[in-house]
Write a new protein. Structure first.
Length: 230
C-alpha cells in the first residue's frame, strides 16, 4: 500500500531528486526514512534548516551560474532578511517571546532590517528546524555578527554566543524550536552600516559543511540585516 503524500517531507524530497545530478550523493546522506516504492528507502538522518525566507525548504544554492544578474541581486538582499533570527530589547529576554507579526513590528516583516539603538543590549533568538526523520540531539546553534557589507568573510565574523537544542523528527511537535542566545548582544555604534546578525545550526549527522557562514549556499546558516539608530 502506497504511503500518503506528506506535503512538507515530499516537497523537500522532490526538490532533491530534481537536483540530484548537481548534488551527487546528497539525496542519500541528508533526508530520510520512508518508502516511496517497494525496496527503496532513504536513510534516516536529521536535516537541519534555518530559513532565509518564508516558505524556504532548504534547497541550496539559492541561485546558479545561469541566474540573471538582476535576479541574483534580489536574492542576495532577500537572503539577509531571515524570518528565523529575532531580536528582543533587553537581556535576558523571555523564554518564549511573541512571534514578530505585522502588528507588532511592521507590515513588511520580515522584509526589513532589525532596527536597534546604538549601545543598547538585546537578546537574540534563532528559530531552528529539523526536516529529517531522525532527531537532532544537542544541536548546536551559533550566534554571531558580521560587521560590514559584502560576502561574509569567516575571518571577520564576531561570535556572540552559542546554545544547544534537541529537535525531534519532522512532523512532530518538537521538530522546530526557538533557541535563545545565552549571552547578550550590544548593538554597534551609530553610523555603523551593513552589519548583519548571523546564526547557524549543526548536529552530529548533519554538520555545518562549507561554506560555513554563507546562507546563499548553506541551509544551516541564516542572517538578518541590522539598522543602527542613535
Amino acid at each position: 500500500m502506497k504511503a500518503p503524500r506528506d506535503p512538507l517531507f515530499d516537497t523537500v524530497i522532490d526538490a532533491l531528486r530534481a537536483s540530484r545530478h548537481r548534488h551527487a550523493g546528497h539525496l542519500k546522506t541528508t533526508l530520510a526514512g520512508r518508502h516511496d516504492k517497494p525496496g527503496a528507502r532513504l536513510p534516516v538522518a536529521p536535516h537541519l534548516l534555518l530559513r532565509s525566507y518564508p516558505g524556504d525548504r532548504g534547497e541550496r544554492p539559492l541561485y546558479g551560474d545561469q541566474t540573471p544578474a538582476a535576479a541574483r541581486a534580489v536574492l542576495e538582499t532577500v537572503v539577509w532578511l531571515s524570518p528565523d533570527l529575532w531580536v528582543w530589547p533587553g537581556f535576558p529576554g523571555p523564554d518564549l517571546p511573541p512571534a514578530p507579526t505585522p502588528d507588532s513590528v511592521t507590515s513588511e516583516w520580515p522584509n526589513v532590517p532589525h532596527t536597534v539603538t546604538a549601545g543598547a543590549t538585546y537578546t537574540l533568538y534563532a528559530h531552528a528546524w529539523n526536516l529529517g526523520l531522525a532527531p537532532a540531539g544537542r544541536a548546536r546553534v551559533d550566534f554571531a555578527l558580521f560587521p560590514g557589507p559584502g560576502h561574509v568573510d569567516p575571518a571577520g565574523v564576531q561570535p556572540i554566543g552559542a546554545a544547544t537544542v534537541d529537535l525531534m523528527p519532522r512532523a512532530t511537535e518538537g521538530c522546530h524550536r526557538l533557541v535563545r542566545c545565552p549571552r547578550p548582544w550590544v548593538a554597534p555604534p551609530a553610523g555603523t552600516s551593513g552589519s548583519r546578525l548571523v546564526v547557524r545550526v549543526s548536529t552530529l549527522g548533519d554538520p555545518i559543511g562549507d561554506p560555513a557562514w554563507d546562507p546563499i549556499r548553506n541551509r544551516h546558516v541564516a542572517g538578518h540585516m541590522v539598522r543602527v539608530a542613535s
